[in-house]
Design a protein around this ligand. Structure first.
Ligand SMILES: [Zn+2]
Length: 328
């Protein structure tokens, strides 16, 4: 296709479908079969704006048990009108379809999809799924937002994780307006890393816990995605909001120094001073002196354990050092 014919036709052809400008369509990307021969598809909501503009992907349930993002995408898709949109949104509410069906973080072969990018068509199942997402979705876009929740019986304060050393990523991260922005270098094999290497500007949103809907996390996510669309000129609306996010460049997990039952004194979002009490770990029968958990520095609680049963050395409170406080 020449540059001029690409200008002329802004149809999006994906899977077996072609979505014209001004149209929204649910497209099924074929992804093999279950052992029962049931056909397996990865659904993508394509919202092709009437007018030209940036293309952005949204992904959720890369970890199959992380459901807040599925609901965030449903609500965003409901609120974005293709007739008024500039550019396009390719939203994949359930990337890890197999993990989602099993209510499990991983694929059936126990592989972590978010360590399998960019993937390969001849690799393990996770690698094939990563490859499909990269080819069909990421390759068509220049921006992306990957939606996650806490894992392993932990919950997260709604937060953006992004590489703040890149100015455009930082601009989008601030526009999202979550209560905290955590600077993080990408990890090997993650979607964020693979898409960034392809030239995409990528945000990762972490909020709430697995296998639950957390209304505050969902609302913050919906508003955040819409604000990023405004910041990119894809929809009307004022980018940025009244929220004053804390910028965190250094964080640490506080660990239980003994095994037993955890009673936390803090919750995600709480601000604590150095040496403040974060909670206690005692033996299940209460016949020993409880051990106190203390804050190693002034900070904001980014995440916390939900399961009171802890082993020695288990990470129970994620504390971020606040580097910068943004005013309204
Ligand atoms: Zn995740």
């Amino acid at each position: 296709m020449t540059a001029s014919s690409r200008e002329a036709s802004r149809d999006i052809t994906i899977g077996n479908a072609t979505v014209a400008p001004g149209q929204s369509q649910l497209v099924e990307l074929p992804f093999g079969r279950l052992p029962t021969q049931t056909i397996l598809n990865v659904p993508v909501i394509v919202i092709n704006g009437r007018r030209d503009g940036p293309r952005l992907w949204l992904s959720a349930a890369i970890h199959g048990d992380e459901l807040n993002g599925v609901e965030i995408i449903r609500r965003v898709a409901e609120r974005v009108d293709a007739a008024k949109l500039r550019g396009a949104i390719l939203a994949t509410p359930i990337v890890n379809v197999l993990g989602f069906l099993q209510q499990d973080r991983y694929l059936p072969d126990r592989r972590d999809l978010n360590r399998s990018f960019p993937g390969s068509p001849r690799g393990a199942l996770a690698s094939q799924l990563a490859d499909l997402f990269m080819r069909e979705v990421v390759a068509r876009c220049s921006y992306g937002i990957d939606l996650h929740t806490g894992s392993h019986h932990r919950t997260n304060l709604p937060q953006i994780r992004a590489n703040l050393d890149d100015p455009e990523t930082e601009r989008c991260a601030r526009a999202f307006g979550a209560p905290a922005i955590v600077h993080s270098a990408t990890r090997d094999g993650s979607l964020r890393e693979a898409a960034t290497e392809r030239g995409n500007t990528v945000l990762l949103y972490e909020a709430g816990e697995a296998l639950r809907f957390n209304e505050e996390s969902i609302r913050t996510g919906v508003v955040g995605v819409l604000r990023v669309l405004s910041a990119l000129g894809m929809r009307r609306g004022r980018p940025g909001g009244k929220r004053a996010p804390a910028i965190v460049r250094r964080s640490q997990w506080v660990r239980a120094r003994r095994e037993g039952m955890l009673r936390l004194a803090v919750a995600p979002g709480d601000r604590v001073r150095k040496r403040a009490n974060l909670g206690f770990v005692s033996n299940a029968l209460g016949d020993t002196q409880p051990i106190k958990l203390t804050a190693p520095f002034d900070g904001v609680v980014l995440g916390a354990a939900l399961n009171p049963l802890v082993h020695r050395g288990e990470a129970v409170v994620h504390l971020g050092a606040v580097e910068e406080e943004l005013g309204d």
